[in-house]
Design a protein. Structure first.
Ligand SMILES: Nc1ncnc2c1ncn2[C@@H]1O[C@H](COP(=O)(O)OP(=O)(O)O)[C@@H](O)[C@H]1O
Ligand SMILES: [Mg+2]
Length: 228
């Protein structure tokens, strides 16, 4: 591949297979997955429940390893580098968002947003966290715990946390899955607009067709394979 194309690649998945071994049986969760995702691209991953969407995001975040095949992130093979290096890449470059928010329950909104900056030794983390929370209209909730926030507010804090350290990509697993219509729109716009503003990739799993339409491209999974 020529250098110019390589520069544009954020992810390259090369013949990925993922099996889980359960009760002596191999379950084929992902089969022969091949695709490239470029920098500054917004991609929706869709497919029925159980088709392998979450497993695919787990592989792309480096939290899970493929059984066979390679995943390149910025031309680095995630299966060939040390676990510490994968963790460093995830901490510094990948913003993760989940359906269930997963905020730290004993931390306030502000502390949740500061947390990834602290582990990345980013300076002025308090000032930056305050700015992000203001930007997304949650300054008035900065001293509240997650349990004191609505679902929509919790997901916006989770987004603030995921973008606080300027990641190169956001991976989001059904980010609006637990939200009502109004918050679905709010959270969708927040993610899409942020991705355009920072020119970073957004890879999201969703069942929401409104959000799918806001993406540049769709990858459809069917029973662990890409459906064309
Ligand atoms: N840790 C695991 N062990 C065994 N099977 C798993 C595990 N995680 C997921 N699976 C199975 O893999 C398939 C795909 O799951 P998943 O990636 O969560 O799908 P989706 O997110 O599309 O609903 C399902 O059949 C699921 O039961
Ligand atoms: Mg899932």
């Amino acid at each position: 591949m020529n250098k110019r194309l390589e520069m544009k690649n954020l992810y390259k998945l090369d013949n990925i297979h993922l099996n889980y071994h359960v009760n002596g049986n191999d379950i084929k969760v992902l089969k022969n997955i091949n695709f490239v995702i470029n920098k500054n691209e917004r991609v929706a991953i869709i497919g029925e429940s159980g088709s392998g969407k979450t497993s695919l995001l787990m592989l792309m975040s480096g939290l899970e390893k493929p059984t066979t095949g390679s995943i390149f992130f910025n031309n680095e093979n995630l299966s060939k580098i040390s676990e510490e290096k994968v963790t460093q890449i995830r901490r510094k470059k990948i913003g993760l968002i989940f359906q269930q928010f997963y905020l730290l329950p004993n931390y306030t909104s502000l502390e949740n947003v500061m947390f990834p900056m602290q582990i990345n030794n980013i300076k002025n983390e308090k000032k930056k966290a305050n700015l992000i929370l203001s930007d997304i209209g949650l300054a008035h909730r900065k001293n509240n715990l997650p349990s004191e926030l609505s679902g929509g507010e919790q997901q916006r804090v989770a987004i603030a946390r995921a973008i606080s350290f300027n990641p190169e990509v956001i991976l989001a697993d059904e980010p609006t899955g637990n939200l009502d219509e109004k918050n679905t729109e709010l959270v969708s716009d927040l993610l899409i607009n942020y991705s355009f503003k920072k020119k970073i990739s957004l890879i999201l799993v969703t069942h929401n067709m409104g959000l799918v339409k806001k993406c540049d491209r769709v990858i459809k999974l069917f029973d662990g394979s890409i459906k064309v």
